[in-house]
Design a protein around this ligand. Structure first.
Ligand code: GUN
Length: 292
């Protein structure tokens, strides 16, 4: 049977349309959700991400503010901007686009954002809340992964889920989320030192690949009927194409698709979901700060 292709483009559009209606209702009750985005420097990929976030805000009806600092801005300058947004009662969510220039300490910056405005869910306080199952925000990419599984028509309860990759942004929070009582998955956390990785993948009902290695998960590493979510975005050489490169995920797509019940594409899979979940967190932050 052909694998179901779970489209992040479609699911994220659905979510954005739902939120557009929700924001209209919020506004009718006097709430005006607002997201502030801070960009330091001129990184081209970061500029695209920030511009996409702004477009999503516009579409849904969320007010968005943007501060751009030069690449040689000091840590103190950045902390001042964050402090201003922390104190501004009309701002509900604050996001500082990563990566930051090397001279600025990321951990210090991420900890300066008030936990109730931390819509990326990177502050250790919010990370800690997830691990005790007391959730305020869900981190955007992991939340997007779970939404794709659910809206793709699959359950996690009682399933063995292999997560490839233990990053703080994807693998680690996903493992914390999936074995909570609302998800009830059994998590097999895999990383570079995991032994018998192929056997572990072959035993899994769901595989989430977030390892950062192009086409790492091969067709012979998955069982028939597996659900595969590919978080990877890797630029690889593609001689003979116009651009000379292409985007591939962490999954050998064509081979894995032959065995899978469902799979997400790259691009158009997890990528567009991250922004949709950021918008959701901004609404959550606004409700909380309006006391609703
Ligand atoms: N850079 C790449 N992805 C992200 C993200 O989800 N949040 C932030 N703040 N920066 C990023």
């Amino acid at each position: 049977m052909a694998a179901k292709i779970i489209s992040g483009n479609e699911v994220s559009q659905q979510l954005k349309d739902e939120m557009k209606e929700e924001v209209a209702q919020m506004k009718a009750k006097g709430m005006a959700p607002c997201l502030a985005v801070i960009l330091v420097g001129e990184d081209p990929a970061s500029k695209v991400y920030v511009s996409n976030k702004k477009k999503a805000c516009e579409y849904i009806g969320i007010r968005s503010l943007e501060t751009v600092l030069p690449k040689d801005a000091t840590t103190e300058q950045l902390l001042d901007v964050i402090d201003g947004y922390n104190k501004d009662k009309s701002v509900h969510g604050i996001l500082c686009q990563l990566p930051l220039p090397k001279h600025i300490p990321e951990t210090k910056i991420l900890r300066a954002i008030l936990p109730e405005k931390d819509v990326d869910c990177f502050h250790p306080f919010n990370v800690g809340l997830i691990s005790i199952g007391e959730v305020r925000f869900l981190p955007c990419t992991p939340a997007g992964v779970i939404e794709l599984i659910k809206r793709g028509g699959f359950e996690t309860g009682g399933k063995d889920v292999a997560i490839l990759g233990r990053s703080n942004i994807v693998g680690r929070p996903l493992s914390n989320m999936l074995d909570q009582r609302n998800m009830n998955a059994t998590v097999i956390m895999c990383h570079t030192k995991t032994k018998n990785l192929k056997e572990k993948c072959l035993s899994a009902d769901i595989i989430i690949a977030a390892i950062g290695v192009p086409e790492f998960l091969k067709g012979d590493m998955v069982k028939e009927g597996v659900v595969v979510i590919d978080v990877g975005i890797n630029r690889v050489d593609a001689p003979g194409t116009e651009r000379g490169w292409k985007l591939v995920g962490d999954v050998e797509y064509d081979a894995v698709k032959e065995r899978a019940a469902a799979i997400t594409p790259v691009p158009g899979g997890v990528g567009p979901m991250t922004i949709a979940m950021l918008m959701k967190n901004t609404l959550t932050a606004a409700y909380e700060q309006y006391g609703k």
